[in-house]
Ligand binder design. Structure first.
Ligand code: ADE
Length: 246
C-alpha cells in the first residue's frame, strides 16, 4: 500500500512511522509512507498557505492552490484514482469497519489541515472521504491521520506476526474482547478463572464468548443494537439483565 500524507508538519510523522509495527511494515515493503509538505508548493512570495475567509469572521482558511498543486504532483503518473481522505472534525466518525474497508485499497492520500479550515473547493474537487476520529477538536489533522493509518496498516496481510490477532480484535467481531490472563495463575492471591486452566477448549471458547458478550453488554450496549443472537447468547443476555435489576 502507498500512503501519501499532505501536511505542514511532516516531522510529526517521523516518530510514529519509525517505530514498532509501522516501521516493520515499511521495512518489509508492505507499506510505503510519503509525507509531502504542501508549503513547498506555494507560489506566493511569503509561502503563505492560508488566508482570511471571504465574508469575514474569525480564523484562517487553507488556500486551494498549494494543496491542488501538491495533489497534481502526487497523482500525475497514476492510472487509477486513489481515495483522498480529508481529516476534519466534520467528517464521519472513523470506525473499525472503515479501517477494514480502507485496508483493501492500494493507495491512500491523507490531507491534514492545521489550526484552520479548508477552502470548500478542496472538498469539492479533490476529496473522496472526510473522516473525524471523534467528537473533539484537535489542533490539526496530523494526529488523527496517524491514528487512522495505524489502524489500517496493522490490518494489511503480513503486518501482524500472528494473523489471528487482527481477527479477534475488539470491534472486528462486533463485540469487545474477553478478559485475558497470563502467568502466574495466582498473583498476590488474585486467581485466573478455573475454566482457562482446564485445557478444555470447548469450555474455554464458551467462557470467552460469554465474557465478550458480558463486557459489551455493560460497556458498549450500543454495539449490540441490530445484532442477531444465538439461543445461547439470548439466554446469557437475559441473565445479564436480571443481574442488573438486582
Ligand atoms: N482535525 C481536528 N480535529 C479532528 C478530529 N477530531 N478528527 C479528524 N481531524 C481533525
Amino acid at each position: 500500500m502507498k500512503v501519501d500524507i499532505l501536511s505542514l508538519f511532516p516531522e510529526m510523522f517521523s516518530g510514529v512511522f519509525q517505530q514498532s509495527i509501522l516501521k516493520k511494515a515499511s521495512d518489509k515493503g508492505l507499506v510505503d509512507f510519503e509525507v509531502t509538505d504542501f508549503r513547498k508548493y506555494t507560489t506566493n512570495k511569503h509561502h503563505k498557505v492560508d488566508d482570511y475567509p471571504y465574508g469575514g469572521g474569525a480564523g484562517m482558511v487553507l488556500m486551494p492552490q498549494p494543496i491542488f498543486d501538491a495533489m497534481d504532483h502526487i497523482t500525475q503518473d497514476l492510472t487509477e484514482k486513489p481515495r483522498v481522505i480529508l481529516m476534519t472534525p466534520q467528517g464521519k466518525t472513523f470506525k473499525q469497519k472503515h479501517a477494514e474497508e480502507l485496508a483493501k485499497e492500494d493507495h491512500l492520500i491523507f490531507i491534514c489541515g492545521h489550526y484552520e479550515g479548508y477552502d470548500e473547493r478542496i472538498r469539492e474537487a479533490l476529496v473522496t472521504d472526510e473522516f473525524s476520529i471523534g467528537d473533539f477538536v484537535l489542533t490539526g489533522g496530523e494526529l488523527a491521520s496517524m491514528v487512522m493509518i495505524d489502524s489500517i496498516v496493522r490490518l494489511l496481510p503480513g503486518v501482524l506476526g500472528n494473523d489471528d490477532s487482527a481477527v479477534t480484535d475488539s470491534f472486528s467481531t462486533g463485540l469487545l474482547e474477553h478478559p485475558q490472563y497470563t502467568r502466574p495463575s495466582d498473583f498476590r492471591g488474585m486467581k485466573v478463572p478455573e475454566t482457562l486452566l482446564s485445557g478444555n477448549h470447548a469450555l474455554i471458547d464458551r467462557w470467552r464468548r460469554r465474557e465478550s458478550l458480558y463486557r459489551t453488554f455493560h460497556r458498549r450496549p450500543d454495539l449490540l443494537e441490530g445484532r442477531t443472537f444465538t439461543e445461547e447468547e439470548l439466554a446469557w443476555l437475559e441473565k445479564f439483565r436480571k443481574e442488573e435489576e438486582k
